[in-house]
Design a protein around this ligand. Structure first.
Ligand SMILES: NC(=O)c1ccc[n+]([C@@H]2O[C@H](COP(=O)([O-])OP(=O)(O)OC[C@H]3O[C@@H](n4cnc5c(N)ncnc54)[C@H](O)[C@@H]3O)[C@@H](O)[C@H]2O)c1
Length: 444
C-alpha cells in the first residue's frame, strides 16, 4: 500500500476529492492527452518495471554512501556516474568493481557533463547528491530528459526554484522525490505508526531541528568544506530544514489533510564560524576574507492550515550534541526524541517519561522488520538503506513514491521563507500552496 493510502486508512484528517475518482496516468508513461501534462503528480504511480537503472550525479561523500546502498539492493543497475572531479568518479567506479557490479560509464568532462549522462536512453532514475546550488539545474535536466529523480536535501534554495521543480515534474510526468533519509529512521517510522493508530490523540504541536556541530566539516579543504561554508555568507535563516521537518510532516499528515500555511523566523547573532576561524585558520588564509551572515541559532514557528504549530530550529555552528528534537504532541500524549521518551495521559507515575521500548514489537514498521539486518550495515543507523530500498521497491511495483515533488518543495521552502522573515524583522510569511489545493487528502 502507498504511504498516502496508509495515512488515509489510518483516519488522518482527509477532506475533499480533488481528482474526482479519476485514476492518474502512470508516471513514466507518455500521456496521450496533452492536458495530462499539467496535472498533479500527487499519488501518481511509477510505471512498474523489473529492474531500476540508475545514474549517479555527484560522487562525493554522500554519493559514495548512496552507491554503496544501491549496490546492495536487488535488481538495481548503476549504469553511469558523473563528477567534475575525475578521481571521485573513478572511486565510484572502483567501488562498483569491488562489489562485483559492472563498471558504470563515467562523465567527468566539466560541470555540465551531467547533461550527457541524463540523455542516455538506458536510465530510469538519476540520484543527485551534489552541492546545493546544483540540485535544481540537475533535477530539471534529468526530468526533461525523461528520467525520474532522487534529489538530495534541500531540494531547492528559492521559492522560484521550488515552483520550477513542481512545473517540470508535472509537465514531464517524472517524479522528483527528495532523499530525506530521516523519514526512514527506525524511531521515526515506529512513532509514525503509533501516531496513525491514534495513540497520541488529536495532534496539536511538533518540534524539530537540525542541530549538528559542522564547524570542522565546513572548514575542511575538501567535500562540503568547498561549498557549504559559502552558504553562510549572504544568507541568514534556516539553511537545512528538511531533516527535522520531514518526519514531523509525516506525523501531521502534511499533504494528506493539512499543509504548512505560514511561518515566522528569528536568528541569533552569528559567532560560531567566526570564532572557529579565529581558533583554526592561519592569518592570511583566503577564508579570512569571508563574512558570515547566518545567525548561529535560527528558530522558526510554522502554523499549519488546520492550526497546528511546529517549532523548527537550525544550528550547525556551535558545540553541542546532535539533536533533531523529533517531538510530536497531541491530546493523549507526547513523544520526544534525543533521547527517545514518551508520555501518555493517565500514566503512572505521573510526570515521568517512559521508554518507547515496550511499543516496539507492536508498532515497528514492517519495512524495518524486513530490512533490519541489511540496513544495519548502512549509514545513519540504516535509514539510508531503508529509504533507497523503498524507493526502488515503489518503482519496481508501480507504486507512487512516499515523497513527491510537493513534499520536497514544501519541506525545503522554510529555507528561503525563514530568510525572508528574518530580513523583515520576523514578519509572517506565507507558504505557497505547491499542491494547488490537492493537500486536502485525495490521493491515489
Ligand atoms: N541526507 C543526508 O543525511 C546527507 C548527508 C550528507 C550530505 N547530504 C547532501 O548530499 C549532497 C552532497 O553532499 P556531500 O557531503 O556528498 O558533498 P561533497 O562535496 O562530498 O560531494 C559533492 C560532489 O559533487 C561534485 N560536483 C560538484 N559540482 C558538480 C557538477 N557540476 N557536476 C558533477 N559533479 C559535481 C563534487 O566534485 C563532489 O564530488 C548535499 O546536497 C548534501 O546536503 C545529505
Amino acid at each position: 500500500m502507498s504511504r498516502r493510502g496508509l495515512l488515509r486508512s489510518a483516519g488522518t484528517a482527509a477532506v475533499g476529492l480533488g481528482l474526482g475518482g479519476l485514476r492518474p496516468a502512470e508516471a513514466g508513461a507518455t500521456p496521450a492527452d496533452p492536458v495530462l501534462r499539467t496535472e498533479s503528480m500527487m499519488g501518481v504511480p511509477y510505471q512498474a518495471r523489473d529492474r531500476v537503472r540508475v545514474g549517479l550525479v555527484g560522487c562525493g561523500r554522500r554519493g559514495h554512501d548512496h552507491l554503496g546502498d544501491l549496490l546492495g539492493i536487488e535488481n538495481v543497475e548503476v549504469r553511469a556516474v558523473c563528477d567534475v572531479v575525475p578521481a571521485h568518479a573513478a572511486s565510484a567506479q572502483a567501488l562498483c568493481l569491488r562489489r562485483k557490479a559492472p563498471r558504470p560509464e563515467a562523465y567527468t568532462n566539466g560541470e555540465r557533463h551531467y547533461e550527457a549522462l541524463v540523455a542516455r536512453d538506458d536510465l530510469d532514475l538519476v540520484y543527485i547528491p551534489s552541492p546545493w546550488r546544483w540540485h535544481v539545474p540537475m533535477a530539471v535536466a534529468a526530468m526533461e530528459a525523461g528520467k525520474h529523480v532522487a534529489l538530495e536535501i534541500p531540494a531547492a534554495l528559492t521559492i522560484e526554484d521550488c515552483w520550477k521543480l513542481v512545473e517540470v515534474s508535472e509537465r514531464t510526468r517524472r517524479h522528483c522525490t527528495m532523499l530525506e533519509n530521516c523519514n526512514y529512521g527506525y524511531e521515526e517510522m515506529l512513532v509514525r505508526r503509533m501516531v496513525q493508530a491514534g495513540l497520541l490523540g488529536e495532534l496539536l504541536h511538533a518540534e524539530c531541528a537540525y542541530d549538528h556541530d559542522l564547524r570542522r566539516i565546513v572548514f575542511e579543504n575538501e567535500s562540503e568544506g568547498l561549498w557549504r561554508r559559502a552558504e553562510h555568507v549572504g544568507r541568514n535563516g534556516n539553511l537545512y530544514p528538511t531533516h527535522g521537518l520531514g518526519p514531523v510532516a509525516w506525523y501531521l499528515g502534511i499533504h494528506a489533510g493539512d499543509r504548512f500555511d505560514h511561518m515566522v523566523s528569528m536568528s541569533s547573532p552569528e559567532a560560531g564560524l567566526t570564532a572557529h576561524r579565529k581558533a583554526t585558520v592561519p592569518a592570511g588564509d583566503p577564508r579570512w576574507q569571508e563574512k558570515y551572515d547566518c545567525g548561529d541559532v535560527n528558530t522558526s514557528l510554522i502554523k499549519t492550515a488546520l492550526g497546528r504549530t511546529i517549532v523548527l530550529q537550525h544550528n550547525v555552528t556551535n558545540p553541542r550534541p546532535y539533536d533533531r528534537i523529533n517531538l510530536i504532541a497531541g491530546t493523549k500524549g507526547i513523544f520526544r526524541g534525543y533521547p527517545q521518551r514518551i508520555f501518555f495521559d493517565g500514566e503512572r507515575p505521573p510526570h515521568k517519561w517512559q521508554s518507547l521500548k515496550k511499543w516496539q514489537s507492536r508498532y515497528e514498521d514492517p519495512l524495518w522488520t524486513k530490512l533490519k539486518k541489511a540496513a544495519n550495515k548502512s549509514g545513519h543507523g540504516g535509514m539510508d538503506y531503508v529509504m533507497s530500498w523503498r524507493l526502488v521497491d515503489c518503482m519496481r511495483r508501480g507504486l507512487a513514491p512516499d515523497m513527491d515533488v510537493y513534499d520536497a518543495v514544501a519541506w525545503s521552502a522554510p529555507g528561503p521563507l525563514s530568510e525572508a522573515s528574518v530580513a523583515a524583522g520576523s514578519a509572517p510569511v506565507k507558504f505557497p500552496d505547491f499542491t494547488r489545493g490537492r493537500w486536502k487528502g485525495a490521493r491515489a
